[in-house]
Design a binder for this molecule. Structure first.
Ligand SMILES: Cc1cc2nc3c(=O)[nH]c(=O)nc-3n(C[C@H](O)[C@H](O)[C@H](O)COP(=O)(O)OP(=O)(O)OC[C@H]3O[C@@H](n4cnc5c(N)ncnc54)[C@H](O)[C@@H]3O)c2cc1C
Ligand code: HEM
Length: 369
């Protein structure tokens, strides 16, 4: 696998600078040979916004971590059932990828590079196809929005009820589409609860400026609207065999999966201390603080540290939550769960690395590239 990974990385440097044009060619090639595939993709689509090519390139370059990649591809194969993708279509996409690489690689694209990408894509596609075939769940779930609660300017908490049972684990996420407002555009959101008997799911969504799906979920969706949800994904789940105490670090709506884990813990935990760091810009952005305080009041093993980075009068910690977690501790023997924007997660991982926390004890979800 080492040689293959090396070839894949080396070959990508040949085309990397032209990736925008390569993406344009890649999609044109797919849609010309299979015009009906165009219907799967967002109506307004440009190469930068489209995620498929980037995702394939990332997957191909992660081949040297087979265990993680296997679990990811299993989830992704099930998730892609929402597009009703067939094995033949995987071949169409693979051919378009190889042809684009060849064209943009020009004379520097060697037969070895070609073979490496063919092998890697084939391996990845096969794992996704196999996972999709083995899955008995629906291709997607239609869920009714039961309640939609605005928490400040940019954040909403939604409770939805899928028409059929949707099994998942606390800490996982699903791909969501709002057919009424943003047809064919899917984005992933973490469930903010552990599985419940009444089958409801909660989502915490922060609207990004010019965000297609988050904007619709926060500002347009109402109770009674229908959403489509795809198969659950993600491995930021609780390690129940571990006896270590737990540190959770959440930035803004990164609280969603952390709250799900906390809800799961409230059902069985008696022995592990759980430290929750919840950070945001302003007090208003700490949109779920009263509920978190109620959980901490009921369960003596929960300690809560809220923090604001841009609110001088806030009656709590001041600064970025990624740094604040480093001021507490010591964290010599803890499991860590981290979720939030990519910047917040990276900064937290740096803090933990400086504290010499072994990476194997850290699970995280970054909400952006
Ligand atoms: C595993 C995972 C779980 C997630 N869970 C949640 C969740 O529970 N709640 C939640 O609110 N979000 C969550 N997200 C983020 C979510 O999937 C979307 O990326 C986000 O809502 C933006 O989508 P959009 O269509 O509104 O914006 P887009 O139309 O995709 O982007 C709008 C603009 O914002 C930029 N942008 C995109 N994403 C980000 C970002 N995260 N930070 C800053 N700029 C960005 C884009 O480059 C673009 O310029 C999660 C992401 C991941 C990977
Ligand atoms: C090895 C093969 C593939 C991999 C690794 C892969 C992976 C991904 C990933 C990770 C995303 C982005 C999800 C997100 O960011 O929210 C995505 C999006 C998508 N994929 Fe795939 N995919 C593969 C094959 C296919 C095939 C064969 C089709 C169908 C022809 C397909 C159709 C799509 C569509 C329509 C999108 C949404 C694009 C967008 O919103 O711009 N994928 N894919």
């Amino acid at each position: 696998m080492g040689d293959l990974s090396h070839l894949l990385r080396e070959s990508w440097t040949v085309v990397e600078e032209q990736q925008e044009k390569l993406a344009g060619y890649f999609y044109a090639r797919i849609f010309l040979s299979n015009p009906h595939l165009r219907d799967l993709f967002p109506v307004q689509m440009d190469a930068q916004r489209s995620r498929l090519l980037g995702a394939i390139v990332t997957a191909v370059q992660t081949l040297d971590d087979p265990e993680r990649l296997d679990a990811y591809l299993r989830d992704l194969g099930r998730d892609h059932r929402k597009f009703e993708v067939t094995p033949e279509q995987y071949a169409v996409v693979g051919d378009a990828l190889l042809e684009s690489l060849r064209i943009f690689g020009g004379e520097r694209w060697t037969p070895d590079f070609d073979q490496a990408w063919r092998d890697a894509y084939g391996l990845i596609a096969q794992k996704m196809i196999d996972a999709a075939k083995a899955d008995d769940d629906p291709a997607y779930w239609i869920a009714e929005v039961l309640s939609h609660e605005r928490r400040g300017r940019d954040i909403a908490v939604l409770t939805v009820l899928p028409g059929q049972p949707l099994e998942f684990r606390a800490g996982q996420y699903v791909s969501v589409e709002c057919p009424a407002y943003r047809p064919r555009v899917w984005r992933v959101y973490s469930m903010a609860n552990a599985p419940r008997r009444d089958r409801t799911l909660e989502f915490h969504v922060r609207a990004l400026s010019s965000g297609w799906v988050s904007g619709a979920l926060v500002r347009r969706v109402r109770a009674g609207d229908l959403l489509r949800l795809a198969a659950p994904m993600g491995s930021m789940t609780l390690d129940r065999r571990s006896t270590r105490d737990i540190v959770c670090v959440a930035g803004s709506t990164g609280l969603a999966p952390i709250k799900a884990l906390l809800e799961e813990l409230t059902r069985f935990n008696r022995t592990r201390w759980v430290h929750v760091f919840f950070g945001a810009g302003t007090r208003e952005d700490l949109y779920d603080l009263p509920e978190l305080r109620a959980i901490a009041a009921q369960h003596p093993w929960v300690s809560l540290v809220p923090a604001c980075s841009r609110d001088a009068s806030f009656d709590g910690e001041h600064g970025n939550v990624s740094e604040i977690v480093g001021r507490y501790g010591p964290w010599n023997d803890h499991d860590f769960y981290v979720a939030g924007s990519a910047g917040m997660v990276q900064a937290t991982l740096r803090t933990l690395a400086a504290l010499e926390v072994p990476p194997s004890r850290i699970r995280y979800d970054a909400f952006g590239q």
